[in-house]
Write a protein that binds this ligand. Sequence first.
Ligand SMILES: [Cu+2]
Length: 307
Amino acid sequence: MSRLALINELIGMPPNASEHGYQIDHIIEFSHWFMAALFVGWSAFFVYVLLRFRKSRHPVADHEGVKSGISTHLEFAVVLIEAVLLVGFAVPLWAKRVNQFPSDKDAIVVHAIGQQFNWNFHLPGPDGQFGKREINLVTNANPLGLDPSDPVGKDDLVVLGELHVPVDRPVIIELSSKDVIHNFALPHMRMAQDAIPGQIIPMWFKPIKTGNYEVICGQLCGLGHYSMKGMLVVDSPADYETWLKERIELSGSQTAPAPTERPPGEPAVGSTPGTVPPPGAPKTANPSGAPDGKPGEAPPAPTPGGH
Ligand SMILES: [Cu+2]
């Protein structure tokens, strides 16, 4: 069935790597063939009419018009085919993407957070539960604003840029954004979904081929939009386990995930807060009272002998 993908190859669609992708490919392929047939048909008819009703042959307009019903039947057939494409194929396929999610038990659940201009991934860690995230806690060392006081979040993993998933298991990605509207687009998985600040929007797919697949941002989100890429690595189950174990060990050995690269000339990353807190955010850099708070940031004590 998937052999008949001439136009899809011609327009440069990357090979499909998801379970549902071939259905989308069929719709795209069929729609293109259908449009090509309509284009040739209507063009031929147009040229025929130009010649047949040229001025030298028909100097006076015929007010009676066409008598045969062929054009009506043709028009009806076109509408019918388009309705079948929409109601019979496109809508059910879309409904399955947005309504019929696999159960959390079978699926890999990951949070993806867009920011100018990176994709961050938040994994639940060994306990399978996501820790709380708070936008006010976002710093260069804590790019997702994980709440250090939340015990559930202690074992969470934060991965920048590259997400691994096992093959042949459904993946649910819950999308959000730290700044503007982005779009988590996986061309090989035939999936794309907007990431909107203040919302969590789930998407799902089931990868069926191992390999490295590019994640791109599908919304023009700023000057660096072109560089907003990530990588989805579909592993064999064994490779996935190895990767996960590595990430867990890595997160145990370091207190913070690797900070994002900063342009030369900007202050070094680390405990220096590099982000501008939103209006109304608490002023202390360390509301949880963790030990690395700077002494200078303690609330001002009443000073004897002051002004
Ligand atoms: Cu973007």
